[in-house]
Design a protein around this ligand. Structure first.
Ligand SMILES: NC(=O)c1ccc[n+]([C@@H]2O[C@H](COP(=O)([O-])OP(=O)(O)OC[C@H]3O[C@@H](n4cnc5c(N)ncnc54)[C@H](OP(=O)(O)O)[C@@H]3O)[C@@H](O)[C@H]2O)c1
Length: 248
């Protein structure tokens, strides 16, 4: 009997959870536990790390998981690597639900870098207003460039002091093009640092940057070993061998 494990993180994971419930499939939804109030979804949940590859492999066996769906954020590479290894070890089919990365379009001024340290190094030396559109766990390298005035945006208010002074916006996306234009203009932002997350929800800031002619330091996705990857909930449902009820 099918019993799926969804490794959650992206908004589509919640859409998938609803489809799985609608299809009558037994499943568990796992949260990493980074955000305080996970968005609503209807499946039974578990929260927090498994304890590495062996912890996840043990969970898969104990809970009789037959299918694993990696619907974590494209930058949550450690969890994805662990899922690949634990599924190989236990012989459990794995699929990743991952939207395509954004591509540069005419008018975009992107400086593409491989990681957050390279992003900090790519900022100019002259003081500027910088919007860091990255998670709080990744901001430390920017302390090396304290001359800039940073704006940060988080889903939850920061619990611990930040490694440098910054203006913090607390807000959960998705954000609109008009809203992002307004935010960038009123704060006089001259540089944006973003990660190539893909999807529509986070793209408004990139569109707004193009409109304003602002440079974006774009951090590429971490490299992962080869795995089965699809971009839509419908394809995951097909993989699970059930017809999706999307739009029904
Ligand atoms: N990275 C981001 O920018 C970002 C953005 C939006 C949402 N998220 C979500 O936030 C969570 C944590 O992200 P991260 O970047 O810290 O991930 P990560 O670096 O890949 O994972 C670090 C550790 O957190 C635990 N973990 C991560 N996702 C989990 C999940 N869905 N269920 C159970 N344990 C999980 C695992 O611990 P063990 O090794 O102990 O199993 C993993 O090794 C993920 O669910 C991710 O999708 C991340």
């Amino acid at each position: 009997m099918t019993r799926a494990l969804i490794l959650g993180g992206i908004a589509d994971a919640n859409v998938l959870a609803a489809e799985i419930v609608r299809a009558g499939i037994d499943a568990v939804y796992s949260y990493g536990g980074r955000t305080r109030v996970p968005a609503d979804q209807p499946l039974p949940t578990r929260i927090g790390g498994f304890g590495g590859v062996s912890g996840l492999a043990g969970y898969i066996k104990r809970e009789r998981i037959t299918h694993v769906i990696d619907a974590t954020h494209p930058f949550a590479a450690e969890m994805s690597r662990h899922a690949i290894e634990a599924c190989a070890e236990t012989g459990t089919p794995l699929i990743a639900l991952e939207r395509a990365p954004w591509s540069k379009t005419p008018g975009d001024i992107w400086i593409e870098v491989s990681d957050v340290n390279a992003a900090a190094a790519a900022l100019p030396e002259a003081p500027a207003n910088v919007f860091l559109a990255i998670g709080r766990q990744h901001i430390a390298p920017f302390a090396a460039k304290p001359q800039h005035a940073y704006t940060l945006r988080f889903v939850d208010p920061p619990e611990a002091p930040l490694p440098f002074a910054a203006d913090v916006i607390v807000s959960r996306g998705p954000f609109t093009f008009e809203g992002e234009l307004e935010m960038l203009r009123t704060r006089g932002i001259a540089w944006i640092v973003a990660r190539n997350s893909g999807g529509d929800g986070a793209h408004a800031k990139i569109d707004a940057a193009r409109r304003l002619g602002l440079p974006v330091i774009m951090i590429s996705r971490p490299q992962l070993p080869e795995r089965l990857r699809v971009e839509s909930v419908a394809e995951v449902m097909e993989w699970l061998d059930h017809r999706t009820c999307l739009g029904a």
